[in-house]
Design a protein around this ligand. Structure first.
Ligand SMILES: Nc1ncnc2c1ncn2[C@@H]1O[C@H](COP(=O)(O)OP(=O)(O)OP(=O)(O)O)[C@@H](O)[C@H]1O
Length: 638
């Protein structure tokens, strides 16, 4: 370094200040992660340079051996992580080490609760990256020079991790970045060569660049024949430096797979499952795909970064290549190393490429296979997965018709069989429990678990002991509009007018129903004329046993939940008329039938319709009139 020029002080972006503040408190118990993060950044910098040098080999200058070096200075109490990767210009240092580029950062902070354990988990998922240096350092100096720039275009960035940082121009002979950590009191373990070696082994064994530690020279020992000559100080490689996915799965331990996942995802927790495959033949690629344990905090953010880390013939090409994973599997993390894509592949080329389409299909199959295996081998673990990611997987049948069957087997629902809101019933289980003569799979979609479970539409099926799947997630109606059958059995909503009981219905109840229809034909007619065009039609119910009335839609009508979904999406929803079903056995209906005065009768008719709509929709267009009517009828002497 020569004399400093053009020194400036910059304030950190507000979110960085918040993150720095939080980190010191929440992440202290995970403090070692700073090494993983800084070594990852150094190895990423090497990857990026290798990629850029594909089109401009002069960027290597005369130093093509990419590596990361760690150096301890016990007197100055510093630990330095150096790389000869892509480096940073002054502007890049200001941009990258002063802000957080991730979209939705502000939202992220609003998720923090103040509970240290929970927050450290979230911060881990968010990715602390470079800023984790401040967990163990009270001052960090970064000296960097971008590849392709002259030695006098170096930059020195420095901060104590509170409110601001400085940047100044410096001379830096070698390309790349030195991150110098001025360790806090009490962090002496990172000045101990042996201690450091063991931690680095864990964090860097699987990355492809060599990580080296300085080994001091030894003076000569002994004399004569047994003499050991003096050695000179030298850099010693401490990691295996073989990219994990290029090794044979048989040789890799679970711990190594887990560690690699953390390096890849910046997650603190282990993944729930992984799948590592090398494929040779017409297509040649290696994939290593992971399913995380916890959903990322921004899984529902449309701009959320997702996708695989793409390599071509071992050369890093890009992060977050989303073309290889369908959206409903956006939680999958991993690496894809292809031998069939060109090295100069770009996002645009990937977009419309035969090889991409084949790889995407293959990766999708792998993930679905991995999930099916997890569900079979470890139902408890699969349940944890489902609780986190089930709602994303439910987007599958709509997005990926070709894998509909496989996805359907992975779905889990709550059901009247379990009488609990835990979604743990598979369609296969449902089918295996179907009643003799039952031909269809029955479900209901409502606003909440309670609304589904207590819906009057279930009364008859409950009485007959027929299981009904209970659904209330926003995505369910969307799912069901793309999943009409499973295992040759039709999925059918119990809110449809034509509740097709088929053979489930015995001769006697069929007869009873027919008789009831005849017996109460005049009641139906009276109701019909009282309600006019407020209803599509009125019928005698077959499904109600305890409730006076319910509304249903015919086979072509739009279900209530679908209407709500469209309304929420701001789409125009056509006015919907229901079929009103009444239960003539119910005391209230019988009382109404006895009312002679047609005006009072009309009030009763409206009340029955409104009640049924309220149960179905969870609300009414004109609740005040409903309450007024109810009160009037309550005060009318019998
Ligand atoms: N050793 C380095 N060499 C070159 N650039 C670096 C180095 N370390 C950090 N950077 C730059 O700083 C940016 C921010 O780093 P940071 O570790 O905070 O986040 P990230 O690596 O982008 O994200 P994540 O940690 O979630 O992967 C990097 O994207 C990179 O551009």
């Amino acid at each position: 370094m020569t004399e400093a020029v053009h020194k400036e002080t910059h304030g950190f972006q507000t979110e960085v200040k918040q993150l720095l503040n939080l980190m010191a408190h929440s992440l202290y118990s995970h403090k070692e992660v700073f090494l993983r993060e800084l070594i990852s950044n150094a190895s990423d910098a090497a990857d990026k340079l290798r990629f850029k040098a594909l089109s401009d080999a002069s960027l290597f200058e005369d130093d093509g051996q990419l590596r990361v070096r760690l150096h301890i200075d016990k007197d100055k109490r510093t630990l330095t992580i150096s790389d000869n990767g892509i480096g940073m210009s002054r502007d890049e240092a200001i941009e990258h080490l002063g802000t957080i580029a991730q979209s939705g950062t502000r939202q992220f902070f609003s998720h923090l609760s103040g509970d240290q354990a929970k927050d450290s988990q979230l911060i881990g998922q968010f990715g602390v990256g470079f800023y984790s240096a401040f967990i163990v350092a009270d001052k960090v100096t970064v000296v960097s020079r971008a590849a392709g720039q002259s030695a006098d275009r170096g930059v020195c960035w420095e901060s104590d991790g509170t409110g601001s940082f400085t940047v100044e121009d410096v001379h830096k002979a070698g390309r790349g970045t030195d991150v110098i950590l001025h360790l806090k009191e009490g962090e002496d373990e990172y000045l101990d060569d042996w201690q450091l070696r063991s931690v680095i082994g864990k964090y860097s064994d699987h990355i492809s660049v060599p990580v080296e530690l300085w080994k001091e020279g030894e003076p000569a020992q002994g004399e004569g024949e047994n003499a050991i000559p003096a050695t000179e100080g030298h850099w010693e490689q401490v990691n295996r430096a073989t990219a994990l996915w290029t090794r044979s799965p048989k040789e890799i331990t679970d711990e190594e797979y887990q560690e690699f996942y953390k390096h890849l995802s910046h997650d603190f927790e282990n993944p729930v499952a992984w799948s590592h495959n090398r494929v040779e033949g017409t297509q040649e690629y290696t994939s290593l795909l992971y399913v995380p344990t916890k959903a990322p905090w921004d899984m529902w953010n449309r701009e959320q970064k997702h996708g695989l880390k793409l390599y071509v013939q071992r050369v890093f090409i890009m992060d977050d290549a989303e073309q290889f994973m369908p959206t409903y599997l956006r939680f999958v993390k991993g690496v894809l190393d292809s031998n069939d894509l060109p090295l100069n592949v770009s996002r645009e080329i990937l977009q419309d490429n035969k090889v991409t389409a084949q790889l995407r299909k293959a990766c999708t199959k792998r993930v679905l296979g991995m999930l099916a295996k997890l569900a079979k081998d470890d139902a408890d673990k699969y349940q944890l997965f489902w609780n986190e990611f089930g709602n994303v997987l439910k987007e599958g049948p709509a997005e990926d018709y070709g894998h509909k069957e496989e996805i359907a087997k992975l779905l889990r629902f709550a059901s009247t069989h379990n009488d609990s809101d835990v979604q743990n019933v598979s369609l296969e289980q449902y089918v295996s429990r179907m009643k003799e003569k039952q031909e269809k799979i029955y479900y209901i979609v409502a606003d909440s678990y309670a609304a589904a479970k207590n819906s009057p539409h279930l009364e008859l099926l409950r009485k007959k002991g027929v299981e009904v799947l209970l659904m209330w997630d926003r995505v369910d109606e969307w799912l069901l509009s793309h999943l009409s059958d499973f295992d040759g059995k039709q999925l059918i909503s119990v809110t449809r007018g034509d509740l097709a009981l088929g053979e489930l219905e015995d001769e006697e109840s069929r007869k009873q129903h027919e008789e009831a229809q005849k017996e109460f034909a005049s009641l139906v007619e009276r109701l019909q004329s009282a309600l006019g065009d407020k209803v599509k039609k009125v019928t005698i119910s077959h499904r109600l046993t305890e409730t006076p009335s319910c509304v249903v839609t015919d086979a072509y009508g739009m279900s209530t939940q679908m209407m709500k979904l469209m309304q929420a999406a701001g789409q125009p929803v056509p006015a919907q008329k229901f079929i009103l079903e009444v239960n003539p056995q119910h005391a209230l209906v019988q009382r109404m039938a006895a009312v002679q005065d047609e005006q009072t009768f009309a009030q009763w008719a409206e009340l029955l319709l409104e009640q049924a709509q309220l149960t179905e929709q969870g609300g009414l267009n004109d609740p005040a009139s409903f309450v007024a009517r109810l009160n009037r009828l309550l005060l009318t002497p019998i």
